[in-house]
Write a protein that binds this ligand. Sequence first.
Ligand code: NAP
Ligand code: ZN
Length: 352
Amino acid sequence: MYNTKAYSAASATSPLASDTIARRDPTEHDVQIEILFCGICHSDVHSVRNEWSDFMSTTYPIVPGHEMVGRITQVGSAVTKYKPGDLAGVGCMVDSDGTCPQCKANLEQFCPSLTLTYNSPDKHLGGVTYGGYSDSIVVDERFVLRVPDNLDLAGVAPLLCAGITTYSPLRHWGVTKDKKVGVVGLGGLGHMGVKFARAFGAHVVVFTTSPGKTEDALRLGAHEVVVSRNADEMQKHAGSFDFILDTVSAKHDINVYLNLLRLDGNITLVGAPENPLEVAAFSLIMGRRSLSGSNIGGIAETQEMLDFCSEHNITANVEVIPIQKVNEAYERLLKSDVKYRFCIDMASLKSE
Ligand code: NAP
Ligand code: ZN
């Protein structure tokens, strides 16, 4: 066991503050990583503030962060995929049972004994797992990703959650050329959804509540932008979408988007608002529409996504901040005031 610097929150109403946490010494299958960058996901805010308490309540102190890129400092004797000095990524998961049908199908994100990167029981040290707002982390090599060396590392970090969470459902629902695809909410997830849907060849329409994001949305790859509070603009797209990816983090009316789907169209929720959404039966019945959800993506698919990004030169658009600005960043995230992902430069933690 060794100590490492981190930022943690002591309660749902406490700000994040400097702390020291324990990490395990690498076992034979482990990789130790010096964290260079960590993205700020809206899930970090939900978790720190215990907004998902009905589903998964938060144990304090919490060290959030599940979009990490770093450099390997040490590997265990049985590690075969990595060596010290390699770049590495860690996303939302750090362990699973490896034996259930989901794990065998490379869908570890649905394993019943999944260990999340933070706020999950820690099988090694007891207590809960601690995330990436930290100097270093120790992870089983099965949950470590190869990071391409041709991309900006700060822009790669958010791919480990925002990237895979949008890539996976777009692939699953067959988004390709000639499909009309909507992306609701232009935040961290949404802007990656736009980049991937465009790269897959779809006709991409962004729905935003922020008229000021229109130009950016077009630059990011959208063909059209609809300000969702404008009912006339929404009506023009009625019954026309094959697929809509909903990334909204707060309560909103899902029925208006269901009504934009064509026959057999699907909306997939990746956004995880604190409170339930209401669905009108007829929004689904008329047009045999479906509403589904999606949780990040498996490790193999995450690697596929990173390799796709390397080939197509795709990264997140990041505002890099020192960790001392993390509380301010949370407040700005809640106002949709980020272009389009905050990413913490972990070098800033060394001065704490
Ligand atoms: P984010 O950067 O804050 O983006 C959310 C976007 O939603 C905002 O930029 C805003 O876009 C829109 N929005 C916010 N409040 C709204 C409201 N009241 N009504 C309508 N639109 C609103 O957050 P994120 O990091 O992308 O995460 C989005 C959600 O996905 C969060 O709930 C997060 O927990 C969840 N998530 C899920 C998974 C998964 O595996 N399923 C993985 C990661 C994150 P506009 O300004 O364009 O309207
Ligand atoms: Zn996330």
